[in-house]
Ligand binder design. Structure first.
Ligand SMILES: [Fe+2]
Length: 356
């Protein structure tokens, strides 16, 4: 072996070892083969750096968005999907060796927890400050909301008239006994909604509201899509789900019979949550990660929000026509970090009152 070949072999071994230590994001056998082929053909070091690794619990429609980013910047996006809790555990276990540059989460509570666990690094980015409203991002710039999702009331218009609907609180009225479909208390969507009630009313009054919900014996279904299908099938009359699940169904089936009702319009507004992202504390490709999060907050905003029928966090981005038809509404201006701060109280309260 001459000197040059020995050098190439050494570089190849080092790259493979670095990948093994880093615990590579999930790759298919074809991708693994491609990676090895790249190593063997001695790709220049700069080109190998043009990647960004993402851990994402948001999986619906992310691929075309990442492809678009790659097309515009030349930076390849590799992503690993999983639940938020699972991805945070993985980040914690990997520590300084993580291959992940970015954590994309659904629900502000999850972003808040990631920041609490020191998994995210603060970003000094004027673009993010300009693009994302203050109440949708972390005060210490560790995470930024990128889309808004509104958890509101859904109803079957054959069984309920919109005049009968008003607030989340009013669903505790005995008139809804046996007519509600809800998400279980174990899901972060429910936890954030109850956190917002605690923020608005305090624990004692929230207890009365949740007691009323439980007394109405809601059917508990751990999927917003299945909740909407249950409404359409007449298994319940009224439910609480995120708005985009209805948008998604309407895209496929414009005649789907369920209607949306914007909750709490005469007081604080409907419960809005976010999906968002932060750059990891040990990001190996930090510059690329910053480019990606800035792009997602700016020129990629419309596409990122629209592929999941969400509202863009950036007020300058256009809203998908299907959800624009849901009409104007106001949302609860509560700081999103409160969902994280109050989550443990919300869970304890629901457990105590028998909300499963
Ligand atoms: Fe969702």
């Amino acid at each position: 072996m001459n000197k040059k070949n020995m050098y190439i072999a050494l570089v190849a071994v080092l790259v493979v070892v670095a990948f093994l230590i880093g615990g590579m994001v999930d790759l298919s056998p074809q991708e693994q083969a491609a990676t090895q082929a790249e190593v063997q053909t001695e790709v220049p070091a700069e080109a190998q750096n043009e990647i960004v690794n993402v851990y994402t619990s948001r999986h619906y429609g992310v691929e075309p968005v990442f492809d678009k980013f790659t097309e515009e910047t030349g930076i390849e996006v590799r992503f690993t999907s999983g639940t938020d809790a699972m991805l945070r555990e993985r980040l914690k276990a990997e520590g300084a060796n993580t291959p992940a540059d970015m954590y994309i989460a659904v629900d502000a509570g999850n972003l808040w927890l990631a920041a609490q666990d020191n998994l995210l690094a603060p970003l000094d980015s004027q673009a993010l400050i300009d693009n994302i409203p203050e109440n949708l991002r972390d005060a210490d710039n560790r995470w930024f909301g990128l889309t808004k999702r509104v958890r509101t009331i859904m109803y079957n218009p054959e069984r309920v008239s919109p005049e009968e609907l008003s607030t989340y609180e009013a669903l505790s009225d005995p008139k809804w006994n046996g007519r509600l479909a809800m998400r279980p208390s174990t899901h972060s969507y429910t936890q954030s909604l109850v956190s917002s009630l605690i923020a608005a009313h305090g624990s004692a009054q929230t207890e009365e509201i949740v007691k009323g919900w439980v007394a109405n014996k809601p059917v508990l279904i751990d999927s917003d899509t299945r909740i909407l299908e249950a409404l359409a099938a007449g298994e319940a009359d009224v439910a609480i789900t995120n708005h985009y699940y209805l948008g998604r169904i309407l895209q496929e089936n414009p005649d789907f019979p369920i209607k949306i009702f914007w909750a709490n319009q005469d007081d604080r507004g409907a419960h809005a949550n976010i999906s968002g992202a932060g750059v990891t504390a040990h990001s190996p490709n930090r510059e690329n990660a910053i480019k990606l999060i800035e792009w997602l907050s700016g020129s990629g905003q419309e596409m990122f929000a629209s592929t999941n029928h969400e509202f863009p966090a950036n007020p300058d981005a256009a809203v998908h026509p299907i959800i624009a038809e849901f009409g104007e509404f106001i949302t609860d201006p509560l700081e999103k970090s409160e969902y994280g701060r109050l989550q443990a109280d919300a869970v304890e309260l629901m457990n105590r009152l028998g909300y499963q």
